[in-house]
Design a protein around this ligand. Structure first.
Ligand SMILES: O=c1[nH]cnc2c1ncn2[C@@H]1O[C@H](CO)[C@@H](O)[C@H]1O
Ligand SMILES: [Zn+2]
Length: 385
């Protein structure tokens, strides 16, 4: 093996230090286990299955590892349950920004459903303002610790509920004030996105941006509706687009009309490998469609979805992919640039992030092998000699 091929396999440390961009992460799916316990105690929430943080972390991971999206989503009762006060929201959002920054994420869009945080009397506006305040605090604390991160919020409406238009209006009202777009989430089967057409049409009239969870627990019809009826800018997951791609025995590949559209139009796919393994959308990392989608040059991005439930981070997702597909720093850069191109912030800011933060960050990492000291040139051997 030459020095260069060794340099091609990123180490865990390089993966963590590499600049990463995260487009699909749920605020209520990424709490620190210790924070869930603390907040439950402070707010009088008594339904937690464990009060020991380690046991609770394991419980979330195992309960979410159910093979069904519906059961996976049940675990959110406990995180949403402790996120009903202003202080709790500020704390969770601040810790989210800090944890992502610590993991090398330089830009993140983090989503949550304001309508799920009203049980103790907060208004929708108070929820958004508390989360924004937390993100700003977390960005500042990260900076104090030597990490730079920028976090934008996506407001989610729950697809089984009927508040999508109201939440879309909220996203529009807080545009340029911390909120960068809109999403719908929740159980996919039986809840088509077309039920919320009024919200999507409103956002389009307002020249605003949105993504839709589609093609995760339900297949091509859901992706088709999200794009062709609702006009989504990105697909939350979209992993089932694989059902419209045929790989023949001789290795040739044929794209159906929908898959071709998604690739031709450069529709971003917010892929979340670990989450898909838990909900049954993929059987192993090596079998995850991300490998084929990357080879076929779809606009694929790597995401965490729910760091608590999936016991993951951006670095962990990349570690799994490096192991499964032999990805290099060049592949990581490709996914990261894809994600940054697909973000909902203005074009000039995306470009500056790519050219001034992401590319220099990878160039720095890629050049490290040149300066690596071998045993024969290490300081100790030189001074000993
Ligand atoms: O992978 C997912 N698919 C669909 N919905 C999800 C997923 N992860 C989380 N949520 C839902 O989004 C809400 C707001 O953040 C969460 O409360 C959860 O119900
Ligand atoms: Zn999600």
């Amino acid at each position: 093996m030459t020095s260069q091929t060794i340099a091609n396999a990123p180490t865990s440390d390089q993966i963590r230090r590499a600049p990463k961009v995260l487009l699909h992460d749920h605020l209520d799916g990424g709490l620190r286990p210790g924070t869930v316990v603390d907040l439950a105690r402070g707010t009088g929430y008594t339904d937690l299955p464990h009060t020991d943080p380690d046991k609770l972390a394991l419980w979330f991971h195992q309960a979410a590892d159910s093979g069904s999206l519906e059961r996976y989503l049940e675990t959110f009762t406990h995180t949403v349950g402790v996120m009903q006060t202003r202080d709790a929201l500020v704390r969770v959002a601040a810790e989210c920004a800090e944890d992502l920054a610590e993991d090398g994420v330089v830009y993140a869009e983090v989503r949550y459903a304001p309508e799920q945080h009203l049980e103790d009397g907060l208004t929708l506006e108070e929820v958004v303002e508390a989360v924004n305040e937390g993100f700003r605090l977390g960005e500042w604390r990260a900076r104090e610790n030597g990490h730079r991160i920028r976090v934008g919020a996506l407001l989610t409406a729950m697809r089984h509920a009927a508040r999508a238009l109201e939440i879309a209006e909220l996203a529009n009202a807080y545009r340029d004030q911390g909120v960068v777009g809109f999403d719908i989430a929740g159980a996919e089967a039986g809840h088509p996105p077309t039920r919320h057409l009024d919200a999507f049409e409103y956002l389009k009239r307002e020249n605003n941006h949105f993504t839709i969870h589609a093609g995760e627990a339900f297949g091509l019809p859901s992706i088709w509706q999200a794009l062709q009826w609702c006009g989504a800018d990105r697909l939350g997951h979209g992993v089932r687009i694989i059902d419209d791609i045929q790989v023949r025995d001789d290795g040739t590949v044929e794209l159906g009309r929908l898959a071709a559209y998604v690739r031709d139009k450069r529709i971003p796919l917010e892929l979340c490998p670990s989450s898909n393994l838990q909900t049954g959308a993929a059987s192993s990392y090596a079998d995850h469609p991300i490998g084929l989608l990357r080879r076929l040059h779809f606009r694929a991005t790597v995401n965490t979805d729910n760091r608590l439930m999936s016991h993951t981070s951006m670095s962990r997702e990349f570690e799994h992919l490096v192991e499964a597909f032999g990805y290099t720093l060049d592949d990581m850069q490709w996914f990261t640039v894809n994600a940054m191109k697909s973000a909902f912030i203005p074009f000039d800011e995306r470009l500056a992030m790519i050219n001034d933060v992401i590319k220099p960050g990878y160039a720095e990492l890629k050049s490290e092998w040149l300066f690596r000291q071998t045993a024969s040139t290490s300081a100790s051997s030189l001074t000993e000699g």
